[in-house]
Design a protein around this ligand. Structure first.
Ligand code: HEM
Length: 165
């Protein structure tokens, strides 16, 4: 069950059951909890399957990879910009080409859970999954047969080479 609905329904009981003002985490099911207004996963992670890619803000993908991707992007993105061009650029580009869209996919799923009406959520999530898939494939093409993600980004600030007559 989605935490957003659970949270609304349980808001009063959650508040009254808080042992102290410092207690912010309350379990709403075996695998989901409500923390700082956000649904997070707790306990045993769910199996990674198609449904966990569609509803990517819950279960194993939603929490483990999201938190991992936050830290990894924080390190890998500036590193790629600083090191490029170098032999490390290609592996970093390959990583970023997947990590950026997947991180965005999970983050936007959180936004869908928070703001999209319940009835429209499945459609919104499938459209997003399509957009994420196309983005991963596009960035993969750029990295495998083009100048790569980082060099493409950096080229925005590079002066164009003048063609010799
Ligand atoms: C260097 C690159 C990036 C870093 C270090 C980064 C880091 C973060 C962090 C720390 C959060 C907050 C996570 C949390 O609430 O627990 C976040 C949220 C988010 N990020 Fe990124 N991010 C990066 C790039 C991107 C990109 C390229 C997208 C593209 C779609 C994106 C989309 C989002 C979304 C949608 C959220 C959720 C916002 C919300 O909770 O309201 N991020 N990011």
């Amino acid at each position: 069950m989605h935490c957003t609905a659970m949270a609304t329904r349980r808001a009063s009981s959650v508040l009254s059951s808080l042992p102290s003002s410092g207690a912010l985490l309350n379990r709403t099911s075996r695998t989901n909890a409500f923390l700082h207004g956000r649904c997070i996963s707790t306990g045993q992670p769910k199996k990674v399957n198609v449904q966990s890619l569609v509803e990517a803000d819950s279960g194993a993908v939603g929490t483990k990879f999201y938190h991992l991707s936050n830290t990894a992007l924080l390190v890998a993105a500036p590193l790629a910009l600083f090191l490029s061009p170098s032999p490390l650029t290609f592996p970093l580009d390959l990583f970023l080409g997947v990590a950026f869209p997947v991180h965005g996919h999970i983050g936007i799923n959180y936004i869908i859970s928070d703001y999209v009406p319940r009835a429209s959520r499945p459609l919104a999530r499938y459209v997003l999954l399509g957009a994420t898939t196309v983005t991963v494939l596009g960035l993969l093409k750029l990295n495998l047969s083009g100048p790569g993600l980082t060099e493409t980004y950096k080229s925005l600030w590079r002066a164009e080479k003048k063609e010799e007559a």
